[in-house]
Design a protein around this ligand. Structure first.
Ligand SMILES: [Zn+2]
Length: 330
């Protein structure tokens, strides 16, 4: 049903995923025609956990309220908001939901750190942009969208999660799995008994997730992301016990292992592109390497945030190859 709705460009309806687990679609803000998927999980005491309450627009709180009413609940029953990562389409609605329900917000400690360090992170991103050597015409838009002009909300969580932590939900064993890559503190949540895994933006059915989109840690987000995909491969099993993936966008699917392997392969292709560019060029800038990599639509079609993301990824691919010393700063 979700896949059909996505194909028709509609907001998917509320669906019961398992007994006491529902999927709710939330719309984007800023006039963007898209949606994210959040999930409501009921504990044995009737208390509710909302995983990723969507973008912080009023319509989403109304949508959640009516979804809960349909299953004989209200916003007051929500006592935990578990967030996969700090992006507006996942975390944005958390503050309003906390205010409306009194629920606690839980996220990974690295996401909290990234929210706190967003000013110094942005200054470091400006220095990256200066080094990459993108065309002069693109510089301003890069700083505005990828560097110090980029806006991240402030938020203080009530509960900081680490890898392996079990969410405080009565009668359920829902475990946090730290999957850095898309952001530094990205979390997946797995409930082995129900054969469910909530993957946020780490693994999506069709989209190749961007990487390094929140929190600077001194590690390479690509290397982190590949290790986090390996964890997904290890988590899943073939056959009737395969996990059902509840992603943050698009639709639910079975086949986590195959999808994670395909994402790893996609990154290997990009690394091969980067290696070929380094072989062909004498001390190129990041921009010159990126020009020779395959981006859907080509590098010339990318501007602002998408261009910033492409150039950052290029540099991380080169670093992951161990060939960063072959790059030249602009
Ligand atoms: Zn995201």
């Amino acid at each position: 049903m979700q896949a059909e709705a996505v194909r028709r460009g509609e907001l998917p309806p509320v669906e019961e995923v398992r007994h006491g687990v529902w999927s709710v679609a939330f719309e984007f803000g800023d006039g963007i025609d898209d949606h994210s998927l959040g999930y409501v999980v009921e504990g044995s005491d009737g208390a509710l956990t909302v995983i990723d309450p969507g973008w912080g627009v009023e319509a989403n709180l109304d949508r959640l309220e009516s979804a809960l009413a349909d299953v004989d609940h209200s916003l007051a029953d929500v006592d935990l908001i578990a967030v996969t990562h700090l992006h507006a389409d996942h975390l944005g609605g958390a503050e309003a939901l906390r205010r409306a329900s009194g629920a606690r917000i839980a996220l990974h400690a690295a996401e909290q750190r990234a929210l706190g360090e967003r000013t110094s992170d942005a200054a470091a991103a400006d220095a990256d942009i200066a080094r990459w050597g993108a065309p002069r015409d693109d510089q301003e838009a890069l700083v505005a969208s990828w560097g110090s002009g980029r806006h991240l909300p402030a938020l203080t969580a009530d509960l900081l999660l680490g890898d392996g932590d079990v969410l405080p939900i009565a009668g359920r064993l829902l475990r946090a799995v730290h999957t850095p890559g898309h952001t530094a503190g990205h979390l997946c949540f797995v409930e082995p008994e129900q054969r469910l895994v909530f993957t946020g933006d780490h693994v999506l059915p069709r989209i190749n997730p961007g990487i390094g989109l929140g929190g600077r840690t001194g590690t390479n987000p690509l290397t982190d992301y590949l290790a986090s995909l390996d964890r997904m491969v290890a988590l899943d099993v073939a056959g009737p016990d395969a996990l059902e993936v509840c992603p943050g966008h698009e639709y639910r699917f079975v086949g986590l292992r195959g999808r994670a392997e395909a994402l790893i392969e996609h990154r290997a292709d990009r690394s091969r592109d980067a290696a070929a560019a380094l072989d062909a060029l004498d001390r190129p800038t990041v921009w010159q390497v990126a020009e020779r990599m395959s981006w859907s639509g080509g590098i010339a079609s990318l501007h602002g945030y998408r261009l910033g993301s492409a150039l950052a990824q290029t540099e991380w691919h080169v670093q992951d190859l161990g060939r960063a010393d072959e790059l030249r700063a602009a």
